[in-house]
Design a protein around this ligand. Structure first.
Ligand SMILES: *Cc1c(COP(=O)(O)O)cnc(C)c1O
Length: 377
């Protein structure tokens, strides 16, 4: 790996201590009946809560001015660097409701670590992990009334950071804003996810070696919109990307990692080679599958092999995974060279079992031997 630029926050002796987050009064939270109506069927990403966390960073002061206050529009100078050179990163995580009614986060320190890995790649300052976790924890607690009552609902949390320094020269900015907002989310799929159809993009790639594929940055998503729209236009649900160098190896979907289940009981997922986003769901499922005694391998798998193995019956299931939908079975795959069906075309047994095991831990219905669940109250 090339030498990453020195994280700017290292210049500050207190950088690793959690900041105190000051609580600002909210003059006008959404009235209870409007809130109840808004969260009755929230869908995904279109309803927002009353509060947000805001923390500033400047070269002179490091991280400062942490507040939890009313969610409100932010003002940006038209020359703010993020609007021109896309210096922006984000995380996606959920507060879950446990069986006993308490709220909990799932492996939030992993999100904090990945946030800082993204920050290093985008030449941005790292936020102390404890501050990151405190920010999302306090936000979820402040907006607990927004937790949707629908079965399988959650409070989706979106921490993000961008360069707000007004400057058009090309270099890492000297001023950043960290924000965390929350959005009530319904159950993606009420009774287990239906199998999706995916389109193999031949014309576009998501990430090249040496690029930003392993960072969770907005720019990766901007680049995936055209291929994703192409998949939808052709009647599919999602796009799957091949590696940029050989256009041969399966990488991932626009926002989900992929797993392959074989008839001999083995489970394969592409290795974290720098062009794949290191999903926390991916990592959790790898651990659960190993504990179950599956033969788990992180190795490259080609599109040609996938088609051949699906036809011969050697491959019986494929699923995608990520925080938003947990585990989604893949039923059909289509590309320029034709289409093929995975297994019966519906959800497979291993896919469903792994999904249920993970959801049971996340919702407090199964023991949590790894300490993945952080209770909020
Ligand atoms: C966020 C993301 C994932 C899934 O990560 P989780 O931590 O499991 O939610 C997978 N691929 C991409 C490109 C992502 O941005």
């Amino acid at each position: 790996m090339a030498d990453a630029p020195k994280p700017a926050s290292m210049a500050h002796p207190k950088a690793n201590l959690a900041l105190d987050i000051a609580r600002l009064p909210h003059p006008a939270p959404v009235p209870g009946d409007s809130r109840t109506a808004a969260i009755a069927d929230p869908g995904f990403g279109r309803v927002f809560t009353d509060h947000m966390v805001r923390i500033s960073w400047s070269e002179g002061q490091g991280w400062h001015g942490a507040t939890l206050g009313p969610r409100e529009p932010i003002s940006l100078d038209p020359a703010a660097a993020v609007l021109h050179y896309a210096q922006e990163i984000f995380e996606g995580m959920k507060a879950y409701r446990l069986a006993d009614g308490a709220m909990a986060l799932f492996r939030p320190h992993e999100n904090a670590r990945r946030f800082n890995a993204s920050a290093r790649r985008l030449a941005m300052p790292e936020l102390p992990e404890e501050t990151f976790v405190e920010a999302v924890r306090q936000l979820a607690i402040a907006d607990r009334e927004w937790f949707p009552q629908v079965e399988g609902g959650s409070l989706y949390l979106r921490p993000f950071m961008f360069a707000h320094e007004p400057f058009l020269g090309v270099r890492p900015a000297k001023q950043y804003t960290f924000l965390a907002i929350a959005s009530p989310a319904g159950n993606y799929f009420k009774s287990g996810a239906p199998a999706v159809s995916i389109w193999v993009s031949a014309d576009y790639t998501r990430a090249a070696p040496g690029g930003t594929g392993a960072a969770k940055c907005g720019g990766n998503y901007a680049a995936s919109l055209v291929p994703q729209a192409e998949a939808i236009a052709l009647g599919h649900d999602q796009v799957v990307f091949l590696d940029a160098a050989e256009r041969r190896w399966i990488e991932e979907l626009g926002g989900m990692n992929l797993f392959f289940v074989f008839a001999d009981g083995s489970l394969v997922t592409p290795p974290l080679s720098g062009t794949i986003l290191p999903g926390i769901t991916r990592d959790s499922l790898l651990q659960l599958a190993r504990e179950e005694g599956l033969d788990v391998r992180e190795e490259r798998y080609s599109l040609d092999q996938w088609r051949e193995d699906a036809a011969s019956g050697k491959l019986i299931e494929t699923f995608a995974c990520g925080t938003a939908a947990v585990v989604t079975p893949v039923g059909r795959v289509a590309g320029k060279a034709g289409e093929f069906t995975i297994g019966s075309g519906g959800p497979g047994q291993t896919t469903q079992r792994l999904r249920e095991r993970l959801v049971a831990i996340q919702r407090g219905n199964a023991p949590d031997p790894h300490g993945w669940v952080l209770r909020l109250d």
